[in-house]
Design a binder for this molecule. Sequence first.
Ligand code: PLP
Length: 414
Amino acid sequence: GFYSSNIPQLPPDPLFGIKARFALDTHPNKVDLGVGAYRDENGKPWILPSVRLAENLLQHSADFNHEYLPITGLKSLTEEAAKVILGDESRAIKEKRVVSIQSLSGTGSLHLAAKLIALFFKPADGTTESPVIYISDPSWANHIQVFETCGLKTARYPYLDAEKKVIRINEYVKTIEEAPRGSVFLLHATAHNPTGIDPTPEQWKIVLKAISDNGHLPLFDCAYQGFTTGSLSEDAWALRHAIDTEGYKFPGVLVCQSFAKNCGMYGERVGAFHVILPVHDEALNSAVLSQLSKVIRSEISNPPGYGAKIVSLILTTPELKKQWEQDLITMSSRIFGMRKALVAELERLGTPGSWKHIVEQKGMFSFTGLTPEQTDKLAEDYGIYMTRNGRASIAGLNGGNVKYVAKGIDGVVR
Ligand code: PLP
């Protein structure tokens, strides 16, 4: 039976736990800087204008229905999603080396990656051991359990120098060099979560060369395309460089793509998983797709349709695509404006310490440098919530609360 002696109680998920505590907080000026979801200047969830237009088009189209999608998902979504992330001119697409399948947003895509690796990626021919998945220290809190629940071992690579707020590039590269040949390196494609610090192009080249030289498999997690610079192609630079540069010799490249953030479709679970094979091999493409299809069929039968149809319409309708690109600029520039406003206010208050890193960090988050104790105090005294590692979702700031947040930070660091 189910005995309490062998079902240990787990702590609540840290992020969703914050959401719950925030909901119960009665503080009149409370601010949620926890979960990474975009908010507009009134602090409200934002339905992107491009999404509204697509929804309208979809619901008024004569053939709109709620039938099952194919096991592999909506073809127009997966094909266009590959182009958005790999580029219209992608060599890998032209050479038919890309296997794409629809996923339950970014998390579902990472799960498919974990499954594929656990089942079929071996560090060398003839070995039976699965590879170790190297994850940045720090990283998105869910990464470790997504891989470990599929039976894979994880390890960390040094990433952030918390003191200097730069990447520990030498230790990072040393870890790549010392990892057993054929390990997997999970790379944040853009807008690193939680640090907001991405490698420079020069650092990317050093990292990717080391991964290639040591026979490792790069796995790009791309949850924030468009949030770093506002441009889809600029934010895909590292990943496209890895895939399109002939000098690298990877055993393949895996790409996990989420439309949760960049389409504001969080709850609709729209995403794709792409396997880029090193050489064109029709039989291998087909075998990989068949195995991924089996995973999908056994776990969710087929992926959800509604969000997929909306994103597909955006990607295939030029006016909607243009509107989407505009929406990405709206979101990324509002966030950047809030970074500047927060720092200006902290400087005006003379808050001890340097806060310039908040403006320099990219994407939705800032790794503020606040200690766990300071974040606890911020929640207790001010009703301002962020994760205990000091990560604040800058998208939760707006003209109405930024001064209050600065005042709270000022209060807890003094
Ligand atoms: N990867 C990273 C780094 C993330 O921050 C997130 C979401 O916060 C995800 C993946 C997956 O998000 P979703 O499953 O909602 O697409």
